[in-house]
Design a protein around this ligand. Sequence first.
Ligand code: ACO
Length: 343
Amino acid sequence: MPEATIWSVGGYAPPHIITNEMLSHRMDTSDEWIRTRTGIHERRTAGDDETTASVSVNAGQAALQAAHFDAADLDWVIVCTDTPEMWSPATACFVQESLAASHASAIDLTGGCAGFLQTLQIMSPLAAAGKRLLVIGTELLTHALNWNDRTTAVLFGDGSSAFLLGPSDEGVPGIRIGLGLSRSDGAQSDILGKPFGGTRFPITPDVVLEGRLHTIRMEGPKVFKHAVTLMSDIGRRVVQEASLGLEQIDWIVPHQANQRIIDAVTHQVGIPTDRVFSHVAKFANTGSASIGLAMADMLEQHLIKPGQRLLSVAFGAGFSWASQLFYVDQIPPCEFRHDGQPA
Ligand code: ACO
């Protein structure tokens, strides 16, 4: 029976680099604090002329061009994001139009930092059934930050990544999407999120004047604790349910939240650090884009080899958390656009 397969990967890291040093001129923080607490050295921000749709188009085009795939042959364009182009219509509709995906249906999904894996889990049966999908994870999180809140502002960056998905029985080289699990606990919804601007907390002049407009709020230590426990648990569970041992996993590709979370998950899962990928130092936390960007970087660095098994784990607002197995049949083509210069 055909399975969902990643036919190609695209990644786009916007061009403007913001170093910790640059942030230290903007708020009461230091390169030393950020590095030791998070492992982050720098992050990317989108240019003034870029939006969620335009960076999504960049990553989507990269994936399509890498595979020499005509956008007109896509059945679905899905954008997973917490920082959409606008409230309505869906960001994916703008992307569908820009890519000239003339026969595709377009929709957005939102799931916080676990959203990309959740989206893959929802969409994989369609790919297995023969549909061709472009699944894009994008965040312009620097647009959603309160730059007076040093605890959150230093953690996030902008980016976009895209997987072209199709069935495994068409002879296209790729990475098969294996067993995945995801869970949510809405009782924890007040610990991490961007509460203002919806129907529960509409935007009022007070909200704007207090600088709370569309900004991310979180209780960092609580997020840390839950992220480590829940990512470790669900990752181990997926490996167990797939009747595998941890020694059969070649790479853990974690959500790039911050290095201390990644290190703690590595320790709790009990896997050697040299089998855990991290580039959080360069790109920080890019939310829904993070796992796809990590895969793009790994492919560009030739770290992923045929025959390997990859395990992703992710955690984010909701809380929602997820884990996903990938089987590398052959190396899919990849284009990772990441040239940058200091902003
Ligand atoms: N620069 C300098 N000092 C800072 C900064 C900063 N950027 N941010 C906070 N501090 C100060 C605090 O004010 C506090 O000062 P005080 O002791 O005088 O009150 C001190 O540093 C320690 O603050 P803590 O919150 O205890 O620091 P902690 O060691 O817990 O680290 C951090 C904070 C990095 C946010 C940590 O809790 C964490 O990693 N949480 C997870 C957050 C996360 O990754 N969220 C992303 C979204 S969810 C996801 O993707 C998994």
